[in-house]
Design a protein around this ligand. Sequence first.
Ligand SMILES: Nc1ncnc2c1ncn2[C@@H]1O[C@H](COP(=O)(O)OP(=O)(O)OP(=O)(O)O)[C@@H](O)[C@H]1O
Ligand SMILES: [Mg+2]
Length: 304
Amino acid sequence: MVENLVLVIGKGGVGKTTVSILLSLILSSIDNTLLCSLDPAKHLIKYLEIGEAMKYFKIQENLTAYQLDVNVALKTALDRYVELINELLPSLSVLNIDSVANTIKYSPGFEEEVFMREFQKILNQYEYHYAVIDTPPTGTTLRTLIIPKLYKLWIDKLVEVRERVLSLRYSIARTLGREFKIKDPVLDRLYEMRETYNFLWERMKDINTSFVLVTNPEVMPLLEIIDVIKFLKTELGVEPALLVMNKYVDSPEVVEVMEEFNRLPYEKVVIPKVERPPTRLSDMVELVKLINSEGILKALKQRR
Ligand SMILES: Nc1ncnc2c1ncn2[C@@H]1O[C@H](COP(=O)(O)OP(=O)(O)OP(=O)(O)O)[C@@H](O)[C@H]1O
Ligand SMILES: [Mg+2]
């Protein structure tokens, strides 16, 4: 099991992928680290010059990188659902299975559920102490984080309904003097799902999950992280571990935004805007030298 999970969140283009790489470089100096990008744009492949998505690449000592291909993950999940429907609810196969698949594919929440499964998969990688996740666009990420809570509610209701159905079936079978199979694959699956989502919900809120929010010295990205802070507080009951001001330039235009940023009562780190945008691992290694790694490690509540 991954011990420390770090989720990097921020508006498009602020430098989430870059910051995720920087954090992974810093954490990998302490222990085995997995850097995982769920960003549909797949920029990690370009920055780290790794060959392709959906494969693990050892970048250097203690650091492995993985780029998800969102479309492949969506297709795999869809196939699994169709299989599950065939297996658990064979009566549904009288419906056109393609139309069932389409309904799932376009259902709200399907993409988020696939991302949540990725979180789960990452957490189950026992050989890494740290996992840094470069997240998809903020809206999708926040909806993903809320999935376990939502599903817990639904599944509790579904369990109730299924238990009632089974108890009715049992009574009818007894009245008719027929045998009744106690074991129910649907109910078993619901119990299993309940356990998974309970675990994920607790794990998202636990002390070993750190939220790192990235902004630039501009109004819109800053407003976005303020919104994320509100969401984390109200929905998950957690606070961000670290705020990153990336692409900082010392100029009169940024004074107001910086004042606002500095008022936020959390650990902060400032990363200067470098002249040549970092695009390769060697650029990232240089950039790490310009930032306060000790402060970052402290903020990420790392366990030595
Ligand atoms: N500190 C920095 N100084 C200068 N350029 C930077 C810095 N950080 C990131 N950049 C550049 O900004 C651009 C966006 O960075 P990055 O791809 O990390 O952002 P992102 O938030 O992951 O974007 P997306 O939303 O597209 O996934 C890149 O060209 C990157 O090289
Ligand atoms: Mg990115």
